[in-house]
Ligand binder design. Structure first.
Ligand SMILES: Nc1ncnc2c1ncn2[C@@H]1O[C@H](COP(=O)(O)OP(=O)(O)OP(=O)(O)O)[C@@H](O)[C@H]1O
Length: 748
């Protein structure tokens, strides 16, 4: 009789055969598409689309190679279902392997002995390359479990697969948890698409992992809807995005764009560092009003008449004329730049009328002597006069968001007028000269862009895009006409109109624009007004109200998953409750899910972190660790002068345990970095840089410094202490909150 490993090997071999066959078929279809002759541009274009789809299918098949099948369900009715990274069928379209995201796979994640979902046995299948190396069974029918009917050779049941995964050394990048998703996590992953779902959970509860698996689930379940608009994932910093960047490709999904808030505005680099208190002011919800007033202030009405000369005739523009023109332009409810031509026309009309009055007046007191042609000529003169153009610029300039902010930040008077609700000190924080940008400027630029509308630059970009499309279309036509004469015999040629006969490049370009050949991520990246089918925000507690406004604009459907932990907020503008963070943008239109199990930190470390959490928020409940390692955290204080070299020595030693993270105060960062040097598997960072990351071993250096460097120092310390999967060491004087002798390993 076959043992379970052998039995599963038979299945697995069949699955890989099916995978190989599907891959060959897809490759064959792609080859056929690529060599097939196409006789008109539209067909060529449609073919490009099919090749794109086949490439995506191949990527999904290739991604499924590692760990293709990892589970099996046996039902009460004797039915067997194998669960894998992808769905596979045989030639008769009978299901062989069920995609982990399909409804049928769900019991694999949620069935328990109490609520077994009709499943009597769950089997975890462990594979290496294409070989089954182990299987572990969980009996879910209580009767059979009671009489001990577990199968021979099945190995340990229960949580061992999960614990093995958690104990495994980290690789430096996050990996998929598809084999071991837990029931409470599964519920979040499969939560419905519409609406805003907030996932609150302490450190290591799997929020990031879940958010990414949810993206994969949503793309699978709502592919038609989401493939067109894509999913946006917003993370706290580029290191974090790199850390999580491989999870979705490993699940075969690439219709997702990963960005930081600083990258949300196309064509702009926003990396200038700035003090936390400045960031905090820029992030306040009230800044939306400030920007609105700053725009309104650029629609100026002088308080006394302005004189200007057109061809030696002195004209006078009265404030009342400006006021009327402004009111009428504003009443159009257009953006500032869209409304500008209407305002300008009214002013020019008024000046032309005055001009005509003066020079066309009949000396004998009769009617004005000028006819329509004369009036048109006078108008041209008025428009061409530079003094008029200068005045129009002062009264209602066409502005880019950058212009608006540079002018606002650089002028105390403008700031005072636009931001009376801010204190003098807050306004001082905003005051600066220059046109380089910090991440906190991005939501403000976005806000300004909404109110200002197109300033011509966007139009220029669109024109450049169009020129590109025409050039591409022209290339396609050249190819078509070149091959047309050689491929077809004369009879054919007489009957078949060549694409060139039917289309010119411009018309063809219009078709290309309708279905752009750039990837979705590329198109979304260059278009500020792109709206996504779903938005995921990680470390969501860090975002300011202004950032939420910018993100909300990218998802008018309000289909979002926001994951974070309000106890870990470090950013000056971030929220310490979800109501506070989201209220100004989304009111109470969001639903909350909570995670309570900590899959990262062992209990020994989590207990210590819980002490800090109770200082941060006495009402907060620390997540419960799923495992303990028996290794207590250790602490050493060394004289400040020797600290950096001591840290370097220990960091080098800790490498034997895997990836090492050295988390220190901003103050000490450079010194520690220099002392350790560039060593593989050791990363030195501040708490802000470590957010969302994890390491096998963590050294927290200068905890006191971390504590006092920021008004949110306690939260920062909490984050630092919860980054390790195995070992924690603390170096430097211990703050009071960590003075608990029982928590520490005294041996070091
Ligand atoms: N069901 C699971 N199976 C295996 N590993 C898991 C599971 N859930 C979480 N993990 C692992 O636990 C670790 C922590 O997960 P993750 O980073 O998603 O937590 P988090 O809640 O985002 O933490 P933080 O708030 O600290 O950023 C990761 O290594 C992740 O792979």
């Amino acid at each position: 009789m076959q043992n379970p490993v052998q039995a599963e090997q038979v299945y697995l071999t069949a699955f890989y055969t099916a995978l190989d066959r599907e891959r060959e078929r897809t490759e064959g279809r792609r080859r056929d598409e690529q060599v097939a002759g196409t006789r008109n541009a539209q067909a060529l274009h449609q073919r490009d689309g099919r090749v794109r789809d086949l490439n995506a299918r191949l990527a999904r098949l290739n991604a499924a190679e590692g760990g293709l099948c990892f589970g099996r369900l046996d039902s009460e009715a004797g039915e067997i279902l194998h669960i894998g990274r992808i769905g596979l069928h045989d030639d008769d379209y009978e299901s062989l392997l069920v995609d982990w995201r399909a409804p049928a796979a769900r019991p694999f994640y949620i069935a328990t002995a109490v609520v077994n979902e009709g499943v009597v046995r769950r089997r975890h299948i462990q594979t290496r390359l294409r070989q089954v190396v182990d299987v572990q069974d969980e009996q879910l029918d209580l009767d059979r479990t009671a009489d001990g009917a577990s199968q021979p050779g099945t190995g340990v049941v229960g949580e061992s697969v999960l614990l093995n995964a958690l104990e495994a050394r980290r690789t430096g990048t996050m990996e998929s948890i598809v084999r071991t998703i837990q029931a409470d996590q599964d519920r979040i992953i499969r939560s419905e698409l519409p609406g805003i779902l907030v996932v609150q959970g302490g450190p290591g509860t799997g929020k990031t992992a879940i958010a990414l698996h949810r993206a994969a689930f949503l793309l699978y379940t709502h592919r038609d809807q989401l493939e067109k608009r894509g999913i946006l994932v917003v993370g706290p910093n580029p290191t974090f995005l790199k850390f999580i960047g491989q999870v979705l490709p490993s699940l075969g999904e690439d219709g997702v764009r990963l960005v930081t808030v600083a990258e949300l505005y196309p064509g702009l680099t926003a990396t200038r560092p700035e003090p936390a208190e400045v960031t905090e002011v820029k992030g306040r919800a009230v800044m939306a009003e400030v920007i609105e007033t700053a725009v309104a202030d650029r629609q100026w009405v002088p308080d006394r008449p302005i004189e200007l000369t057109v061809d030696r005739t002195v004209l006078r523009l009265d404030p009342s004329v400006c006021d009327t023109a402004r009111a009428s332009a504003r009443a159009r409810r257009l953006t500032h730049n869209q409304a500008q031509p209407f305002f300008a026309t009214d002013i020019i009309d008024a000046l032309t009328a005055q001009y005509a009055e003066l020079i066309g007046a009949d000396p004998l007191g009769g009617e004005n002597l000028l006819d329509e042609y004369d009036l048109a000529e006078l108008r041209k003169e008025v428009v061409a006069e530079s003094a008029v153009q200068d005045l129009l610029y002062r009264l209602w300039p066409v502005l880019s968001p950058q212009d608006l902010l540079v002018d606002l930040y650089g002028d105390e008077a403008r700031l005072a007028s636009a931001a009376p609700q801010l204190s003098a000190l807050d306004r001082e924080h905003l005051l600066r000269y220059g046109d380089d940008w910090s991440p906190a400027d991005v939501p403000l630029l976005d806000e300004a862009a909404e109110l200002l509308g197109d300033d011509g630059q966007e139009l220029a970009r669109e024109r450049a895009e169009r020129a590109r499309a025409i050039a591409y279309a022209q290339g396609s036509l050249d190819v078509l006409s070149g091959s047309g004469s050689t491929d077809w015999d004369e009879d054919d040629e007489a009957e078949i109109l060549s694409a060139k006969d039917i289309l010119d490049a411009e018309a063809l370009a219009a078709r290309y624009e309708a279905d752009d050949d750039r990837t979705l991520a590329e198109r979304a990246e260059s278009d500020r007004r792109w709206t996504y089918g779903h938005v995921i925000v990680d470390e969501a507690q860090e975002l300011s109200p202004m950032a939420w406004r910018a993100i909300g604009r990218r998802c008018p459907l309000r289909s979002m998953t926001l994951v974070g932990d309000v106890a870990q907020t470090g950013a000056a503008g971030g929220g310490t409750s979800w109501q506070q963070a989201l209220g100004s943008s989304f009111g109470d239109r969001w639903r909350l899910a909570e995670l309570t199990m900590n899959y990262r930190t062992p209990a020994e470390v989590a207990d210590l972190a819980a002490q800090v959490l109770s200082e941060v928020d006495p009402t907060a409940k620390a997540p419960r660790s799923v495992r303990s390692t028996g290794v207590k955290p250790w602490h050493v204080d060394v004289p400040a002068a020797e600290q950096a070299s001591y840290v370097s020595k220990v960091a080098h030693e800790e490498r034997q345990h895997g990836q090492v993270g050295v988390i220190t105060s901003r103050h000490r960062l450079e010194l520690v970095q220099e002392s350790i040097g560039d060593v593989p598997d050791v990363t030195v960072l501040t708490v802000a840089g470590a957010k969302g990351l994890e390491f096998d071993s963590v050294l927290v250096v200068d905890p006191d410094g971390i504590l006092i460097e920021s008004p949110r120092g306690l939260r920062d310390l909490y984050v630092a202490l919860t980054r390790c999967t195995q070992r924690l060491g603390v170096i430097g004087p211990l703050p009071d909150v960590l003075q608990s002798s029982s928590a520490w390993d005294e041996r070091r």
